[in-house]
Design a binder for this molecule. Structure first.
Ligand code: ATP
Length: 369
């Protein structure tokens, strides 16, 4: 067993799952670290839930092994694995008090009754439901009910908590509140959370690391910042949000930078790996909010990417204003916050767009599996 595997709470080694002729999960290798908030993110049907259910033991993989803290649990029944699952439909018992709903989690794991009171009090304090012990679920709000479901799943101190779109049934505002509550609960107890969602913002806001899945495969694993600023594949770039994708022919390499030129000092500069050489055609991406906009006679930075163009569209989007600019590299979007002085950038204005080299991501193809 490798060192990396030993520090992993959950390891999937070559795990795959097929339903009839449909391949739901294709030979997946994944290490989820102890204590981390790890999200499986991807569109509907990409295999997130199947992956989670294989960790829980509700599905048996066709190939590969599942390990919890290094121990092979592939053939271990769900109730003998030290993981618990929380679902979107949290299925509290309506006729039981909150106390008894949480105690159910302990009874399932045959925890001696003498320990119940203290453990339930402690977990209800963490989910901020002290004083609600005698209420019934219908006397609680949706968010409070979800916290009872969490308490029930956490009360017998699982090694990992598996959450399948747990906030999916809540309205947007409550969802946002619950996201930060979930995150702070996770931080307080330090349990490994594996969180399935198709909501990019949710994954970006809560996770230590994210695995972006597509068609049964992991396309990229990284921190929210890495995934957002340096999407590794066109799929990840598309799925995570708006961005400028630019086809670029590399004119020269300067140290670790690749440079594409568009005449008159106009260029796109990319931090690129050794595999990219002069003459290569590559696809790169930059987020609209990274693209600075200046008047042609203004103080645009000299370093990094720099394109001259004219504004062809201005759209107010609440928090920010979107400028559409025609440049020799194609149409580029720039998002600027409304508190900047943007009055000069009307349709037809000549502008300079610029951004630093480390804000340009090279979009590779799908990584080899
Ligand atoms: P969603 O966000 O919609 O839940 P998901 O990414 O969690 O999607 P999965 O539930 O893992 O996706 O499903 C992956 C694929 O496997 C889907 O095409 C689904 O229809 C199929 N699938 C899942 N479970 C079964 C099953 N028990 N029998 C047959 N096909 C299944």
């Amino acid at each position: 067993m490798s060192e990396a595997m030993r520090s992993d709470a959950i390891t999937l080694e070559g795990v795959s799952k097929r339903f009839g002729s449909h391949i739901a999960v294709r030979t997946l290798d994944l290490g989820i670290r102890d204590g981390e908030f790890f999200s499986l993110l991807g569109p509907s049907g990409c295999g997130k839930t199947t992956t989670l259910r294989m960790i829980a033991g509700f599905e048996t993989p066709d190939t590969g092994r599942v390990r919890l803290h290094g121990e092979d649990v592939t053939d271990v029944q769900p109730n003998n694995r030290r993981v618990n699952m929380v679902f979107q439909q949290y299925a509290l018992f309506p006729h039981m008090s909150i106390y008894d709903n949480v105690a159910f989690g302990l009874r399932m794991k045959r925890v001696p009754k003498a320990e119940h009171k203290e453990r339930i009090a402690s977990i209800l304090r963490i989910v901020e439901l002290e004083g609600y012990e005698r209420r019934r679920p219908r006397q609680l709000s949706g968010g409070q009910q979800q916290r009872v479901a969490l308490a029930r799943a956490l009360v017998n101190t699982p090694a990992a908590l598996l959450l399948d779109e747990p906030l999916g049934a809540l309205d947007v505002k409550l969802r946002r509140t619950m996201q930060s509550e979930l995150k702070s609960i996770q931080r307080e107890i330090g349990t490994t959370f594996v969180y399935v969602t198709h909501d990019q913002e949710e994954a970006l806001a809560m996770s230590d690391r994210i695995a972006v899945m597509n068609d049964g495969r992991v396309e990229q694993i990284g921190s929210p910042r890495e995934i957002y600023n340096h999407p590794a594949t066109p799929f990840v770039a598309d799925f995570i949000g708006s961005l400028n994708a630019i086809e670029l022919v590399v004119a020269e390499r300067v140290g670790n930078l690749a440079v594409g030129r568009y005449g008159d000092g106009q260029r796109i500069v990319v931090a690129a790996g050794a595999a990219v050489s002069a003459g290569d055609a590559i696809r790169v991406a930059v987020r609209p909010e990274r693209v600075r906009i200046d008047c042609v006679d203004g103080a645009a930075p000299e370093e990094g990417s720099r394109l001259v163009g004219h504004v062809t569209g201005v759209v107010y989007l609440g928090m920010f204003t979107q400028f559409q600019v025609e440049t020799p590299a194609g149409t580029i979007l720039s998002h600027r916050l409304a508190d900047e002085d943007l009055a000069a950038y009307t349709v037809g204005a000549a502008v300079i767009l610029s951004w630093p080299p480390d804000q340009t991501a090279v979009l590779a193809g799908r990584p080899p599996v």
